[in-house]
Design a protein around this ligand. Structure first.
Ligand SMILES: C[S@@+](CC[C@H](N)C(=O)[O-])C[C@H]1O[C@@H](n2cnc3c(N)ncnc32)[C@H](O)[C@@H]1O
Length: 342
């Protein structure tokens, strides 16, 4: 029911001043992205790294920045992720994630959001990106839209996905302890399982992915690569892992994928489980992480048919796919690690 105008209490002066500042922040957040894009395109983090980890504005003048200040700038953890050619274990260069998210095609798709909401589009619902540009993202046809965008997005997703496996093994090693076999479903070029095999050499690992991905995966003595379709069948193993796969799919598709996972694993008593590594939306990691998770949810809504999920959403799809129980093992940064039992 609409509020009665008599009962509306006007905000206080302090509330209005805060509201105005909030309005500025929400209207201007895109400038943060654009400033980041500018720093990446000027190679500023790499330049600071090459100058020994600290640089003055004069040092950076060769990047066409000028200034008389002698303040020095050091790499913070965010700029560490943007240093090219860093020789450090676990270092994944995130430049292409940034360039993809601030690309003209992503921004135009986000600008079309209101039009997309007003359209009565048939199921399966295309994303605003697909509706506007005529091709889905991360699809064999994306390169017909723009080859450079396609390359940037593929590299950006690979860098994004490979960031946390070292941390996961260090903080949640029990996840893999005692496993004899593991299938990494949608495991890409096998980077994740190579990390797991390094820590747990006795686990026999299989990577399932689409034929075009498997074709270019680097050969590895201990990795069994299988080209296939996770909607059709998944190579059997004691555990099947879905790392950053399900957020790309809608709920119906997630249930179909999970049903295939259930067929591929033994009973709970025999150690059968599905390991899911994906965002679990929620406040528990603090407001900044929650904001990051919600922005990733919007990124999915604008550019893919998928979404991020909170614990209730996850529970519902596990139950629909016929699983009996699950456990959120740990939350690492913005992501959660879930074990799901048949
Ligand atoms: C976002 S990537 C995640 C890659 C990997 N799990 C990681 O964490 O680095 C999703 C992966 O699912 C794969 N994929 C998409 N559709 C698939 C299908 N029908 N069957 C098997 N793999 C598929 C993609 O090729 C891609 O490698």
């Amino acid at each position: 029911m609409a509020a009665d105008s008599q009962s509306i209490i006007a905000p206080t002066d302090a509330e209005l001043l805060q509201a105005q500042a909030d309005l500025w922040r929400h209207s201007l957040y895109y400038l943060t992205s654009m400033a980041l894009k500018c720093a990446v395109e000027l190679h500023i983090p790499t330049a600071i790294h090459n100058l020994g980890g600290a640089a003055s504005l004069q040092d950076l003048a060769s990047l066409h920045l000028s200034g008389a200040e002698v303040e020095t700038y050091r790499l913070n953890p965010l700029s560490w992720l943007l240093v090219e050619g860093m020789e450090a274990e676990d270092h994944t260069y995130q430049k292409y994630f940034v360039l993809g998210t601030v690309s003209r095609h992503y921004v135009e798709a986000a600008l079309s959001l209101a039009d997309w909401f007003k359209k009565d589009l048939p199921a399966p619902l295309p994303s605003p990106f697909e509706e506007l540009h005529g091709v889905p993202l991360l699809h064999e046809t994306t390169k017909l839209l723009d080859e450079e965008l396609d390359r940037i997005v593929i590299e950006g997703v690979a860098a994004h996905d490979n960031l946390a496996i070292g941390t996961i093994i260090r903080e949640c090693g029990d996840l893999f302890k005692g496993l004899q076999t593991l299938t990494d479903c949608g495991g890409g070029d096998g980077t994740t399982v190579r990390g797991i095999i390094k820590a747990f050499p006795d686990i026999k690992c299989t990577v399932l992915d689409l034929p075009n991905v498997i074709e270019t995966a680097p050969a590895h003595d201990s990795v069994n690569y299988v080209a296939g379709d996770m909607f059709q069948s998944i190579p059997p193993a004691q555990a099947v892992m879905l790392k950053l796969v399900l957020h790309f799919w809608n709920d119906e598709d997630c249930v179909k994928i999970l049903e295939q996972c259930r067929k591929a694993i033994p009973s709970k008593e025999e150690g059968g489980k599905v390991i899911i590594i994906d965002i679990v939306l929620g406040h528990s990691m603090g407001p900044i992480m929650y904001e990051a998770q919600l922005l990733m949810d919007m990124l999915m809504m604008v550019n893919t048919r998928g979404r991020q999920r909170d614990e209730n959403d996850w529970r519902e799809i596990f139950s629909k796919a016929g699983f009996s129980d699950y456990k959120i093992v740990k939350k690492i940064g913005a992501r959660g690690i879930i074990e799901v039992y048949p």
